[in-house]
Structure formats: C-alpha cells, structure tokens
Design a protein around this ligand. Structure first.
Ligand SMILES: NC(=O)CC[C@H](N)C(=O)O
Length: 359
C-alpha cells in the first residue's frame, strides 16, 4: 500500500492516497484553475512550491506535450482530489510526488486562512508521518531561495525568430513561460533570450528595441541582476514585464513589493482598466505584489477583488507591465493585445533611432 502524508506548517499532518512516490518540500499554494493542468505544472513560476488543485478532477483530457510551457514539471509535488492515470504516469516519469484522495477543500481553506505555508510531503510504500514532518522541518521560506533564478533561467543567450522582420526584444529569462516567447514570435519579433543575471553589455550588444522581463518564481528582491538591467536600460530603452517582471520593474524604479497572504492563482481573476472602465478576465499565478509603485510608475489596472496593481505604466519612461499573464495558457485570451502594445512601444523606439540626428 502506498502511503502519503502531507505535513503543514504548524505540524498538522494530512493523509491521502500515494500516486507518485517520493519526498518533497516547498511552499504550499493552491490554484483555482479548472483547466490547463499541463500548462500550470510546466510553469517555471511554480519552482519550490507544492501545488494544490482546488478543482477536483485533474488529468481528464490527457497529457500532451504541445501544451507544455517548459520541458519539465516545476512544482515540487502535486495535490488534488483525484488525479487520473495519465497525469500520474507523467508525474512518476518526472519524479514528482503526487497525492490524491484527501480533502483539498480543507487544504485550500487552511491556505486561505493561514496564508501560503511551508509543507513537507512523503509518498511511498513504507513512508511515515515522520518522513513528511522531516521534510517540513527542512523547508525554507520562499524569500530564502536567494538564487532561485538559476534553477529556471537559460544558461546561455539564445535567439528565436532571427529572420523575423519585426522589433528586437531582449527577454530577460527569470523563468519565462514558452507562450510569452511564442506570443512575441507570432507578432514577427526577434526574441533574444538572456539569462536572469545577464551583463548589461551583452544585452546592449543586440541593440534591443525593448527590454522585456519575464515571469518567474520566488521573491522579486532576489533578482538583483534583472533589477540592475532595468535600471541600466530604462532611460533609453522601453521596458515591459509580466508578473515577476512587473515586480522587478517596480523594485528597479523606486517602488516596493510585498508578499500576499495566499496570492492569486487561477484563470478567472477580474481586472479593471482604470482608464477605459473595462473589466477583463485574467490568468494569474503570483504570491507577491507591488505594494507601492513609487513616483516613476503609475497604476493603470487593478484587481477587482482586492485592488492590487495589475497594470503599470511609466510616468516619464516608456514602461508597460502586467501582474497577470496576458499570454494565458491556461486561461482566457482577453488580454493578448498586451503584446501588440509592447511591440508598438518597441516600434516607436526603433523609428526614433532610424531618424538621422539632423533630420
Ligand atoms: N508568475 C510569476 O511570475 C510569479 C511572480 C512571483 N514569483 C510571485 O509569486 O509573485
């Protein structure tokens, strides 16, 4: 019999059915997404986290690689009410422990009331509660993962769409989802992907029309290299960001970020555009938020549920960021036009440079 124990911060241990064996520790979070488990499980932003699905049945339409956001599963472990054989086989192959047949409603309400918390998991033939508690004991707070970018970023720069005719984007890869790159390529951009700690001179060498800071896991203050890049480029080059990217831009330009109680993870987060008055449905996956944008940034969109900043523009600089995921995957495509706005900003910059100085 495969045992499964989930030890929550504070020492409460839940018992479930073991589906994929192993031990793991991480920050316990939940997503309310009712579809898109392949995309969520391959989203690098879930590194060092244990993902609970509040939707009860996960895996019911199989597992297809073309829906992956990256080439591996990122959460340290997976919890659901019911996991299908397809998804269990995939998690087993990936060596990611999985537990089902426990009360996920209890897990979700614990997180909602107590906040995202440390968690230890043990799944296997002979594991005990103590094994899960030992994992919990060793679990570090998310902010203590000071070099988390190294786990998810590219090692070397890479270029995609070199033959495209559009704008040149320097994408700072802090754990970028594949569909962010795809969304730019579909709009004819050339995308130079750089490691999260790239030197400014290397980025400058491709003469980007825009610096684009990606999504990624963990605490934005730990991405010192990416923060320095925004500082170095923002006066002369437009800057865009998604999710962690928005938080990094705020940190770079005099704003502050903070940890939320349990964050936003799901595919139906309502966002209000303050200028148009329009509300859109968005995909989200974050546990930190911009607390104060500072004087160089202004909030243009807010979350309808809790008023947190969802869209930010530069006051005097060309800056545009989103806290949610305009690329969707999973989730609604209401906000794909963000990529058009980003590339329009990049295009203006390209046009300005093309004009000779004495014109
Ligand atoms: N998806 C993301 O980029 C997540 C950003 C950051 N790690 C957070 O949890 O807020």
């Amino acid at each position: 019999m495969t045992e499964a124990y989930v030890a929550l911060e504070g020492g409460h241990v839940l018992e479930g059915r073991g589906r994929a064996s192993g031990t793991a520790r991480g920050e316990l979070v939940f997503t309310t997404a009712y579809t898109g488990y392949e995309e969520s499980l391959t989203d690098p932003s879930y590194e060092e986290q244990i993902l609970t699905f509040s939707y009860p049945l996960i895996g019911n339409y199989g597992v297809r690689e073309e829906r992956f956001e990256d080439d591996r599963v990122h959460p340290r472990a997976v919890i659901a009410k019911e996991l299908t054989e397809d998804v269990v086989g995939w998690l087993e192959d990936e060596g990611v422990p999985a537990v089902d047949h426990l009360d996920t409603r209890e897990v979700v309400t614990d997180i909602r009331d107590g906040g995202a918390m440390k968690c230890g998991i043990a799944v296997g033939e002979d594991v005990t509660e103590e094994d899960a508690l030992a994992e919990l004991e060793q679990c570090e707070a998310m902010s203590d993962h000071t070099d988390i970018g190294a786990q998810v970023s590219v090692d070397e720069p890479a270029v995609h769409g070199a033959d495209n005719d559009g704008e040149t984007v320097a994408l700072i890869d802090c754990g970028a989802k594949g569909s962010i790159v795809d969304s730019l390529l579909e709009r004819d951009a050339t995308v130079h992907v750089f490691p999260y700690d790239a030197a400014a001179a290397d980025v400058e060498a491709v003469d980007p029309d825009i610096l684009f800071v990606s999504n990624g896991p963990g605490d934005p203050v730990n991405f010192e290299g990416a923060i320095a890049l925004v500082e170095a480029f923002v006066e002369d080059t437009p800057v865009a960001g998604i999710c962690l990217g928005q938080q990094i831009v705020a940190e770079a330009l005099g704003g502050t970020t903070e940890k939320m109680t349990f964050g936003h993870r799901g595919v139906n987060q309502p966002v209000l555009d303050l200028e148009s008055g329009q509300v859109v449905m968005t995909t989200q996956n974050h546990g930190y938020t911009v607390a104060d944008p500072g004087e160089h940034l202004e909030v243009t969109q807010i979350n309808v549920n809790d008023d947190t900043p969802e869209g930010i523009d530069g006051v005097e600089y060309d800056v545009i960021t989103r806290q949610y995921h305009p690329e969707a995957n999973p989730g609604p495509e209401d906000t794909l036009d963000f990529f058009d706005d980003v590339l329009a900003m990049a295009s203006e910059r390209a046009d300005t440079r093309a004009v000779p100085a004495d014109d």
